[in-house]
Design a protein around this ligand. Structure first.
Ligand code: HEM
Length: 152
């Protein structure tokens, strides 16, 4: 499963790029009161596609690497940072972010004015990005940190 772990690691960076582009575009669009652009639409679409891919890779890792077995006995693991994080917290927060990204796309499509579109983008995708940033096992996270980039 190490190829899936490497892919799960790399797709994280694609998501970071498109999530930041989505939020920055919405922020400047709101400030400048500019029309809703194709770029704004494509960057949040690619953010969403990245999340879809990541959910699939993530659950493959989850069931293959024993994290689901940890969930089954989560009561006895609650005091241990790493099993609690990968057994429960990581996927739960990422699923919440995934729901926000999907509902964000729907809501942004529904509203009409560029101002509303940028505002909703900022709310839905911005909150999703915050949750993702909290839920990533960054190298500086004590007891659960993973590398910045994985090659094997
Ligand atoms: C519901 C969706 C997700 C599930 C079920 C999931 C599951 C997992 C699991 C089980 C691991 C540990 C793999 C192992 O070493 O055994 C992991 C690691 C990781 N996940 Fe997720 N994940 C999800 C979404 C995401 C998302 C959206 C991101 C980033 C945007 C992300 C970023 C990472 C990173 C950076 C690692 C560490 C990879 C490494 O060790 O190189 N995950 N994930």
């Amino acid at each position: 499963m190490s190829i899936i772990l490497v892919l799960h690691d790399w797709v994280r960076w694609l998501i970071m790029v498109f999530a930041l582009l989505t939020v920055l575009t919405a922020f400047t669009g709101l400030l400048k009161n500019s029309p809703y652009t194709k770029f704004a639409n494509i960057s949040n679409l690619l953010f969403m596609i990245g999340m879809d891919i990541q959910v699939v890779f993530g659950f493959i890792l989850y069931f293959n690497n024993g994290w689901f077995d940890i969930l089954k006995h989560i009561g006895s693991f609650m005091g241990q940072t790493m099993p609690r994080f990968f057994g429960l917290e990581h996927w739960l927060m990422m699923i919440i972010a995934w729901v926000l990204v999907h509902s964000g796309r729907t809501v942004v499509k529904r509203v009409v004015t560029p101002h509303e579109k940028y505002k909703k983008t900022l709310i839905y995708f911005g909150i999703a990005l915050l949750i993702i940033l909290i839920a990533i096992p960054w190298p500086f996270r004590t007891a659960l940190g993973r590398p910045w980039i994985r090659w094997f």
